[in-house]
Design a protein around this ligand. Sequence first.
Ligand SMILES: CCCCCCCCCC/C=C\CCCCCC(=O)SCCNC(=O)CCNC(=O)[C@H](O)C(C)(C)COP(=O)(O)OP(=O)(O)OC[C@H]1O[C@@H](n2cnc3c(N)ncnc32)[C@H](O)[C@@H]1OP(=O)(O)O
Ligand SMILES: Cc1cc2nc3c(=O)[nH]c(=O)nc-3n(C[C@H](O)[C@H](O)[C@H](O)COP(=O)(O)OP(=O)(O)OC[C@H]3O[C@@H](n4cnc5c(N)ncnc54)[C@H](O)[C@@H]3O)c2cc1C
Length: 664
Amino acid sequence: MEALDYHAEERRKAEFNLDEMKIVWAGSRRNYELSDRVARLVASDPVFRKDNRTMLTRKDLFKDTLRKAAHAWKRIIDLRLSEEEANMLRSYVDQPAFTDLHWGMFIPAIKGQGTSEQHEKWLPMAYKMQIIGCYAQTELGHGSNVQGLETTATFDPQTDEFDLHSPTLTSSKWWPGGLGKVSTHAVVYARLITGGQDHGVHGFIVQLRGLDDHLPLPGITVGDIGMKFGSGAYNSMDNGLLRFDHVRIPRNQMLMRVSQVTREGKFVQSDVPRQLVYGTMVYVRQTIVSDASCALARAVCIATRYSAVRRQFGSQNGGPEIQVIDYKTQQSRLFPLLASAYAFRFVGEWLKWLYTDVTQRLQANDFSTLPEAHACTAGLKSMTTSVTADAIEECRKLCGGHGYLSNSGLPELFAVYIPTCTYEGDNVVLLLQVARFLMKTVSQLGSGKKPVGTTAYMGRAEHLMQCRCEVEMAQDWLKPSTILEAFEARAVRMSIACAKSLGKFSNPEDGFAELSPDLVEVAIAHCQLIVVSKFLEKLQQDIPGKGVKRQLEILCNVYALHLLHKHLGDFVATGCITPNQGALANEQLRLLYAQVRPNAIALVDAFNYTDHYLGSILGCYDGNVYQKLYQEAWKDPLNDTVVPDGYLEYLRPILKQHIRTARL
Ligand SMILES: CCCCCCCCCC/C=C\CCCCCC(=O)SCCNC(=O)CCNC(=O)[C@H](O)C(C)(C)COP(=O)(O)OP(=O)(O)OC[C@H]1O[C@@H](n2cnc3c(N)ncnc32)[C@H](O)[C@@H]1OP(=O)(O)O
Ligand SMILES: Cc1cc2nc3c(=O)[nH]c(=O)nc-3n(C[C@H](O)[C@H](O)[C@H](O)COP(=O)(O)OP(=O)(O)OC[C@H]3O[C@@H](n4cnc5c(N)ncnc54)[C@H](O)[C@@H]3O)c2cc1C
């Protein structure tokens, strides 16, 4: 018997080829096939069940995480999965674990900052997981200000060793994932001191626990920092604390690609810029942008499917009520998020390309694009994670009361997701980095140095400062060149206005501090321009499949025009558009929502998420929401007994007293 599909009618309405859209979303047919296979593999494996994890105690959740990680590793070995497939498998297991940091930061830190001898020694052990590592940078007293870290690594020429020490309470390492209970090793960031001189922060490979007994090595104090936000969620991770009491490591465990310390204790700074010590963060920020599109797509998929099932008001002659997805307010809240998921997907693809390009250049000692890579990764990490975190909460509200149920999947997704706005660089701190880069670019405009890459538009500042938007009718807003010019003009005008204001301060640093809220806005305008322009560039590509390109054009326009509507103040205040043109953009936006509507369910089906990965009754593929909610309620441990524990001690005495009082 064919299973009932409550979304069948919605699916029939789609005006595009779904299979081709799935390929666009995955990036290529090959990616689609790999990811589909691995997602199904995880979904069908009982060890990877996750429907009960919010009920587990912290200890049980942690043990469950260890069990899943061990099983995942066994599957990876048994099935001889490639590195790419293994990464997919871990992400579909969908439970934050020490392995995220081992593969995502420890290994990349050694690869990026180690010498070839260090690669040869450490990487094979790490790849086989004979050692497990984490990334220990943040301290109790300092996270954002990396130059303010206090842990010291003092070179002792007598023994050819470094002495790792935590001189203060605030120098305790605090937060590193995987550190608390699992890691045998860490890349530790500490101030390098040779001959009494401080050379700033560098990375060191340090063994923390015995490989036979897992006990902390002498001089090392290590443990978990405690429960975090939400139940389940990020509590599967052992974020840890770490203190060193004069722990000795050999000299060759300093990561020496950027700087070296000789046998005599001489500090040697190579031609490589010192910022490469921050290289692992650039790498991870880039991956966080792609992950933002996945998390956003997940929330949007749940909210869209549920909005098509849920009906409220408007029944005519006893007929069905209106699907909430048909309310214009629901559409105006939901469809921009759907469009943002696609926009982040494409900018993530582009950022991956940019990162690969900069890595290849670095290998050839070309450091010219490093500032651009830093600004793009920092800015886009910040913008996409902030939008996604807010969007998950918006999707919860779009699902009404049932969105607040744990089994909607949204509370846990929110709790797991929100720290992305903080880790790998606080979002405001990162936007200020982008603003510095932009102010530097503006200051060089008259010098003959042509801006390149994502700031190339600033080279046309003269035109963009005085151009007038030519929109006369709502449909004029559908022209890509009109949209692009409006976003470029807004970004350049905001940048130049800020640069002028900065110029009024005698001390530029005072000016930067004073104007920082405005500078953050400038950075956001620039990042939004990047996302819009990369979406438009994507549409220049040959995109096969009936109606696929057309849907993407609609989504691109929704993305750009909803931003224009949201930030209308910026656009109008900088004179890029008139208030009337703003109203026309809004009119066009409403027409676009009507075009998204029949395709909404198919557009979220294109994410190809299994019910296992989505982990949401409201977002399940077949839309059989009410029956599943009802069945699930009875599985709650509170319903194991009809009369709850505690009735006799606490409820009955009150009730009895009530009866006595009533009799009086
Ligand atoms: C439902 C279940 C779902 C389950 C899903 C599971 C998913 C789980 C996934 C988990 C994955 C990962 C886990 C999370 C890991 C998190 C790990 C961390 O957080 S690690 C710690 C990260 N820490 C930070 O990011 C710190 C932020 N601070 C900094 O980066 C820097 O200190 C600073 C950039 C803010 C300032 O540095 P400073 O040295 O003081 O720099 P200046 O401002 O003086 O700038 C000097 C100069 O350098 C340039 N610069 C700065 N940074 C970089 C860089 N990275 N690359 C290149 N250049 C850089 C800067 O622009 C300046 O340039 P000038 O030309 O001189 O202007
Ligand atoms: C779940 C999670 C996992 C983590 N995993 C790791 C890990 O594996 N390894 C690791 O080393 N670290 C890890 N961290 C630490 C993380 O990288 C830091 O918390 C992060 O970099 C932010 O630094 P902070 O905590 O010092 O924030 P702070 O800098 O103290 O931020 C506090 C407030 O001050 C503001 N602020 C700070 N500086 C400025 C400024 N210059 N201008 C304006 N405003 C400013 C911020 O915007 C924020 O509002 C993790 C953190 C979390 C939450």
